[in-house]
Design a protein around this ligand. Sequence first.
Ligand SMILES: Nc1ncnc2c1ncn2[C@@H]1O[C@H](COP(=O)(O)OP(=O)(O)O)[C@@H](O)[C@H]1O
Ligand SMILES: [Mg+2]
Length: 344
Amino acid sequence: MIELEDLTKRYGDKLAVDGLSFTVRPGTVTGFLGPNGAGKSTTMRMVLGLDAPTRGDVRIEGKHYGELREPLNSIGALLEAKGVHGGRRAYDHLLCLAQSNGIPERRVGEVLEMVGLQEVARKRPKGFSLGMGQRLGIAAALLGDPRILMFDEPVNGLDPEGIHWIRNLMQQLAREGRTVFVSSHLMSEMAQTAEHLVVIGQGKLLADTSMSQFIAENSRTHVRVRTPEPERMRDVLVEAGLRPVTGGDGALEVDGGEAPRIGELAAANGVVLHELSTQRASLEEAFMRLTAQSVEYHAYAPGADGTQLPQTPPGAAPPPGGAAPPPQPGQAPPAWGEDWKRGR
Ligand SMILES: Nc1ncnc2c1ncn2[C@@H]1O[C@H](COP(=O)(O)OP(=O)(O)O)[C@@H](O)[C@H]1O
Ligand SMILES: [Mg+2]
């Protein structure tokens, strides 16, 4: 179990983590979600005692990280895949960690096999691909057979096979009754991995809920209707008290409508339908709506005429020669993508 209480971190005038209180429980994969810059890595560093909280507290099975005598036996973590000595062979890197935590040497061979690195055990990590580096980091995390595992964006830069492997591993670790805490800035990835979700934005807690509840609360459903007679169908729907809007490809979209009722209305009025389908907003959209207000630096989507608007963080001075209008309330939130400001 990892317990955070009012956990806060300030860097100068930047509040990176702002009063986070939540508990990560055993037996499930808990996804820690938030856009780039939300404070996920800072939170994880504080769990491991690598950064001191400005205020508040975080405990691992009731203890501060610094109080754990052999920490690898309690919590295994992968924060930075590149955080290894490039010139020390994979096997020796793990052996060092094992010896400093009272772990027998045979465990090194076991974890190398678990992560599929036995072939390169005697190779130096500086020649490793990103995926191999991630696997080595995971091997280190598993070394002490800990009850708690924490991974910071473990699938970043991995190929589909690697992503699949990590996802299965995390679920298996949770099934064994361990606490698994994994961060991501991608909702779509978490949707397939996590049972529980903690969402943050600009350091603040936005949601602490089960994945199924998150979907139910945040996704909007609508019915999509395609017909060769959209005008007539629109009239039929309006007359029935529904409010259809025309989607980008000319299909009618009916918010809150029910597909069977719409089908019956079409039949009763003799309108031919080419498509009648219930659409559930993707989780990625739900996540973007939830975090839209808290995204630190928006990368504005191209303007309606196809031109790229200058990228300006909300509230910042407009660039010389042309102002980028910030999105108006009620408009669709701008897409957020690369964190252009920090350049990492
Ligand atoms: N060592 C640091 N010094 C100053 N600012 C930092 C430091 N680490 C992180 N930040 C800032 O804190 C915020 C949260 O960063 P981070 O925890 O890395 O977010 P995430 O992992 O969710 O992308 C960002 O605005 C980042 O620029
Ligand atoms: Mg991070």
